[in-house]
Design a protein around this ligand. Structure first.
Ligand SMILES: *[C@@H]1O[C@H](CO)[C@@H](O)[C@H](O)[C@H]1NC(C)=O
Ligand SMILES: *[C@@H]1O[C@H](CO)[C@@H](O)[C@H](O)[C@H]1NC(C)=O
Ligand SMILES: *[C@@H]1O[C@H](CO)[C@@H](O)[C@H](O)[C@H]1NC(C)=O
Ligand SMILES: *[C@@H]1O[C@H](CO)[C@@H](O)[C@H](O)[C@H]1NC(C)=O
Ligand SMILES: *[C@@H]1O[C@H](CO)[C@@H](O)[C@H](O)[C@H]1NC(C)=O
Ligand SMILES: *[C@@H]1O[C@H](CO)[C@@H](O)[C@H](O)[C@H]1NC(C)=O
Length: 635
């Protein structure tokens, strides 16, 4: 009979390696002598993170490693940090063996020198090592280490202050790294010949990341435009490489070399381009680039536009079958008043979708989002307005609060958007408060909105009344992290004109008390946060009573849901009214609903059309009633 004791040691090691943590494996060592050894090996085989900020722990660890010296070939994944030279000299010979696959963590000259030395002195070849830690300064020691492991390294991370001319410099010999699949190169290359000299010979590349941002001043060292205009003529000399799937470029000026890269790597799946500077020349070229980028299945282009400059041409250039527009009030850097525009294209089978995201700088005025939206001038399928995130969180500057849209204005912004864009079918709105809606009761004005998600905002009874009136075609409504003001102790969402495919109300508590904590000096904000936290505690894990009014059937049903209990109890209207005072009561009214989901902290309720029909037919259901005259006097 096979027992756990009769398993070969290798199998035991294999089993232990699958455990969650070093601690769990450590416990296995205590079980018996036989397990002790296999578990000790397993502890070394899982990724080993050696962090030496605690001297005592470091000492113990080194003692342990010294005692198990003969096992050091089991270490495959090692990460080192907070070490000093003395620790390195002791620990590296104990854990750095020809079996090592990945060395990670903090890179230093000493580390590079030591691993080079160990590898040179070793009889066995270090031919499995895929990566070593990178360093901000490209030193001789780093270069030597890279070249020592060049037969096996699959990933290189190189930062150069200037492009070396010498053919013997490592960066001009990358073709010797036969396994190189991922290259991250930060260097001030400024013409295609230089770039081709460096990466031209990397024939197995799958991922390439290029950054010129740290050094190249676009104005000082523009890309060699002459070479750009001539390269297509001798593209025979450019070796095309099909292995490259993803390209990531970060640049200060316009990266002229991108056309060359797109020619060189014809089979890319994704390309991402980030340009940190702004001027009219960059904008013009960026817009022109879209035509080429659109050939890549996934592209992402992020660039800056001076506030007020043209963005309409980009919308026209990049628009596709489905256009999603997102606007948020943003902060990036102090004193940089630019709009950050990012355009993302995605091809899925025959569907092409473009997402335009605009991050408006914090000093923009309260109407900026409207102005930028008006610039889009393309059909928008889906719109997201975010007044809550991306805001300036600088607690030292109390004025930052004034740069954002004031909470009291959010209702106006919300309804203005629905008004101004009546043809958009899907809207996501992220804000703090849209409860003050009594002024927005527009029975004559209808939108074509089909799907609406509101996140984070406080809603009032009037909010849903205004919505159901304006948005008769709304069939998907999601309220996420929204607190809803109560009326007579009942949370009311009255959407009686709407035929819902899906109605979701979801609350995840943390959001409440973190959203206004950005400014700790603001007492009102902190008090508000505390109040909501208290309210939340009261709310949390309370039984919930639902009154669901279905106008189509002219009937209403009543349900009770207990915390952490998936079962729903069908009850009567009387029981709804006789609920315990602390219970949460929700009333939802609609014309009809196919799927209803309440996911409120610990209370979950999911019902579908079939269940609702069954409940409506039950003797426990009541008449639809008007919300107003349904009070306790009924009983
Ligand atoms: C496990 O082995 C180590 C030596 O490798 C020994 O010090 C320890 O006492 C052993 N533990 C058990 C429970 O056998
Ligand atoms: C290599 O690193 C060692 C240890 O930090 C240092 O002493 C030495 O000067 C470095 N060598 C070069 C050529 O930079
Ligand atoms: C060189 O590349 C350009 C741009 O992709 C293309 O139009 C041209 O036909 C190519 N020439 C040759 C000889 O392949
Ligand atoms: C509600 O909005 C109206 C106008 O839109 C405004 O006059 C009033 O002060 C607001 N009330 C609150 C409590 O914000
Ligand atoms: C809701 O709040 C939770 C918790 O803070 C957060 O993780 C989640 O992203 C929020 N969802 C939305 C849509 O705002
Ligand atoms: C504090 O925050 C509240 C709500 O976020 C805001 O109404 C008020 O103006 C702020 N006060 C100061 C002094 O910033």
């Amino acid at each position: 009979m096979t027992t756990i004791q009769s398993l070969p040691k290798e199998v035991l090691v294999f089993v232990f390696v699958c455990l969650d943590s070093v601690e769990a494996i450590g416990e296995c060592r205590l079980v018996c002598k036989y397990w002790n050894e296999s578990a000790a090996i397993a502890m070394l085989e899982i990724p080993l993170h050696l962090c030496f900020h605690n001297k005592m722990k470091a000492k113990k660890l080194m003692q342990y490693l010294m005692a198990s010296q003969n096992k050091h070939q089991h270490v495959k994944y090692l990460s080192l940090c907070h070490y000093d030279n003395e620790i390195l000299e002791t620990v590296l010979p104990l854990v750095f063996s020809p079996n090592i696959r990945e060395l990670d963590g903090y890179g230093s000259d000493m580390l590079y020198r030591l691993i080079t030395k160990i590898a040179k002195e070793s009889k066995a070849k270090f031919d499995k090592l895929k990566c070593i830690p990178s360093t901000y300064y490209f030193t001789d020691n780093y270069s030597k280490a890279l070249s020592t492991f060049k037969d096996s390294l699959t990933a290189l991370d190189i930062t150069l202050v200037e492009i070396p001319e010498s053919p013997s410099h490592l960066v001009n010999q990358l073709s010797e790294f036969k396994c190189l699949a991922t290259l991250d190169l930060k260097a001030p290359f400024d013409n295609i010949a230089e770039l081709d000299r460096i990466i031209g010979g990397c024939l197995q590349l799958q991922q390439l990341q290029l950054s010129t941002e740290a050094y190249v001043q676009y104005d000082d060292a523009p890309m060699d435009r002459a070479s750009l205009s001539t390269w297509p003529m001798d593209n025979d000399s450019i070796h095309q490489i099909n292995s490259l799937k993803s390209l990531d470029i970060v640049s200060n000026g316009f990266p002229h070399f991108v056309q060359y890269l797109m020619f060189k790597y014809p089979d890319m799946h994704s390309i991402s381009l980030t340009i940190h500077k702004t001027d009219a020349y960059i904008t013009k070229n960026t817009v022109q680039l879209i035509g080429s980028l659109e050939k890549v299945p996934n592209y992402c282009l992020t660039y800056r536009v001076t506030v007020g400059d043209d963005i309409t041409t980009m919308f026209h250039a990049a628009k596709s079958g489905i256009n999603v527009v997102k606007v948020g009030y943003h902060h990036i850097l102090r004193g940089v008043w630019t709009l950050v525009m990012s355009v993302e294209g995605r091809k899925k089978e025959s569907n092409h979708q473009t997402t335009f995201s605009m991050h408006i700088p914090p000093n923009a005025n309260t109407k900026s989002h409207a102005w930028y939206l008006s610039q889009a001038q393309i059909p928008i399928d889906s719109l997201e307005i975010d007044l809550l995130n991306y805001r300036d969180f600088d607690v030292d500057d109390i004025n930052d609060l004034y740069r954002r849209i004031a909470v009291k204005d959010e209702t106006v912004v919300f309804f203005d958007i629905l008004f101004d864009y009546p043809n958009i079918e899907s809207v996501r709105f992220i804000a703090r408060d849209i409860s003050n809606c009594s002024d927005f009761y527009f029975s004559h004005q209808h939108t074509r909105l089909k799907s609406l998600e509101i996140c984070g905002a406080q809603l009032g009874p009037a909010t849903s009344l205004a919505l159901t009136d304006m948005c008769r075609e709304l069939s998907v409504l999601k309220l996420v992290n929204c607190s809803i003001l109560r009326k007579d102790g009942i949370v009311c969402v009255n959407m009686e004109h709407n035929t819902f495919q899906e109605f979701t109300y979801r609350l995840m508590p943390c959001n409440y008390y973190t959203r206004n904590m950005g400014d700790l000096k603001n007492k009102t904000a902190v008090e508000y946060a505390e109040r909501t936290l208290l309210a939340l505690e009261l709310y949390y894990s309370r039984e919930t009573y639902l009154w669901l009014r279905i106008k189509k059937a002219n009937q209403a049903i009543f349900l009770k849901v207990m915390p952490n209990d998936r079962y729903r109890y069908l009850i009567t209207k009387k029981q709804f009214y006789l609920r315990p005072p602390k219970a949460r009561a929700i009333q939802i009214s609609c014309f009809s609903v196919k799927h209803l989901l309440l996911d409120l902290d610990s209370v979950h309720l999911q019902i579908d059309e079939e269940y609702i029909e069954y409940a409506l037919a039950s003797p426990l259901s009541s008449d639809y009633d008007s919300a107003e005259d349904s009070d306790m006097s009924d009983f």
